[in-house]
Design a protein around this ligand. Structure first.
Ligand code: ZN
Length: 351
């Protein structure tokens, strides 16, 4: 394929020289060499264009299955080869299960398409965010425990309070009655022996009631101390929590979005993921690019340019499936146009 245009072009131009040099005058040597050089150069450009077209078409033709292998995994990801391979198999299944076929992707040792895990400041930041969110979640949980404890103590206090009121009211009523009785006998110059003994018994019983009321009062004030201390701790915790949330929002939420992975010809690079699910999504997305599929508009799609709204159980959206069909199940007309599309995509660096 690379040889034939060259010969053809050259012979055409030679005959042109012969026609022009009709008066049997041989063309000057220097002119000849110059033309040969130009023709050679043009032929090279033509051959280059043909080869390039062929390569681009080949790349864009979505030849299935796309074979991939694992390239470099930076050890700082704490990800073994086996884990990477297993997650890739899951990402592969996202496509294959949704499309009802199993010939889209295939792992093959040393396949040209390499999946690399490149560790840089993006993963450092992802780790920081994960740690802060873990810390916040722990604080949130601790606060929930305090709120629950606070509620239980307040319930207990209210229970005591009701009993205390009943006891205290009864005690005060009995005490008033007792004092009135004592006054009455005192005004009469003293009580007879049997009444006196009865009054002494009532006094003892009243003293017992008073001790009970006081002891319950002490328990209640201890409860109040506990409740206040928990409230104080809870407030401190909430204040710290809010400070940390604000700092987090200031530092991370308004940050520019960053690329978690990208696909370049023969290479998928993964830069950051916070957990297994996110890694599966990044891989499924980049594998989609390896099928020459572009971004689609539905935020729940695997091929949406941002992550966040895809379903927990990853699956292709209708838009993803349309994009797959447009890229991999196309007719010959659009197939002829794909090299242009591929070149356009190639020039526009893809996330
Ligand atoms: Zn992308």
């Amino acid at each position: 394929m690379a040889q034939s245009p060259r010969v053809e072009k050259e012979s055409l131009v030679v005959s042109f020289i012969n026609n022009k040099g009709a008066q049997a005058k041989p063309a000057p040597l220097c002119y000849n060499i110059f033309m040969r050089f130009i023709i050679g150069l043009l032929s090279l450009v033509l051959v280059g264009a043909v080869v390039n077209y062929w390569l681009m078409s080949d790349a864009a033709m979505c030849r299935l299955p796309v074979q991939y292998s694992i390239g470099q995994i930076d050890s700082r990801f704490n990800l073994t080869n086996e884990e990477a391979k297993a997650t890739l198999a899951e990402a592969e299944k996202v496509w294959e299960d949704s499309l009802g076929r199993d010939d889209i992707f295939e792992y093959k040792d040393n396949a040209n398409l390499r999946i690399n895990f490149v560790y840089d400041e993006r993963q450092v930041q992802t780790n920081e965010i994960t740690n802060i969110l873990d810390d916040l979640s722990m604080r949130g949980e601790a606060n929930e425990v305090l709120v629950e404890l606070h509620k239980r103590l307040v319930d207990k206090y209210e229970e005591y309070e009701a009993k205390y009121e009943t006891l205290r009211t009864a005690y005060e009523k009995n005490l008033t009655a007792y004092n009135a009785e004592v006054d009455k006998y005192n005004r009469a110059g003293g009580a007879p022996k049997d009444i006196y003994d009865q009054l002494e018994l009532r006094k003892k019983s009243l003293d017992k009631d008073r001790d009970e009321v006081n002891s319950m009062g002490n328990t209640m004030s201890q409860l109040v101390d506990q409740i206040n201390s928990i409230s104080e701790k809870g407030n401190e915790l909430i204040q710290e929590y809010n400070t940390k949330v604000n700092r987090f929002n200031d530092n991370y939420i308004n940050d520019e979005e960053y690329t978690q992975g990208d696909y370049k010809k023969k290479e998928i690079n993964v830069y950051s993921f916070s957990d297994h699910h996110e890694l599966e999504l990044v891989l499924a997305h980049e594998l989609g690019h390896s099928l020459s599929i572009d971004h689609v508009n539905n935020p729940e799609s695997i091929m949406y340019y941002l992550m966040g709204q895809q379903p927990e159980k990853l699956t292709l959206s209708a838009e993803d499936i349309d994009a797959f069909n447009a890229s991999c199940n196309q007719g010959w007309v659009s197939r002829l146009l794909t090299p242009l599309k591929t070149m356009y995509n190639y020039l526009n660096y893809k996330k």
